[in-house]
Ligand binder design. Structure first.
Ligand SMILES: [Zn+2]
Length: 87
């Protein structure tokens, strides 16, 4: 399972993301969502510890060229440049 697209506060009613093969997945199962969110938060904490900063504290607006063509709004970390969110 790939990264969840967006950072959440509390539990959303639906969580989705993109698979490595480019297809999208989503779920509305509360147990599944709780597990995914907990996993995502643990991963985010590990990243903060590794990098020494929280990328989400330093978002910079940018444009992302999608694989289907066209530009989309995106956000990158202003410190390390990591792509945080598209759309
Ligand atoms: Zn960063």
């Amino acid at each position: 399972m790939s990264d969840v697209f967006y950072k959440v506060k509390g539990l959303p009613s639906e969580v989705g993301g993109q698979n490595p093969d480019g297809t999208f997945w989503s779920t509305t199962d509360p147990d599944e969502i709780a597990r995914i969110v907990a996993e995502d938060e643990a991963k985010a904490e590990a990243e903060v510890a590794r990098k020494g900063h929280d990328c989400w504290d330093n978002p910079v607006h940018s444009l992302f060229r999608s694989s289907r063509g066209g530009m989309q709004d995106a956000y990158n970390c202003g410190i390390c440049g990591e792509l945080l969110q598209v759309g």
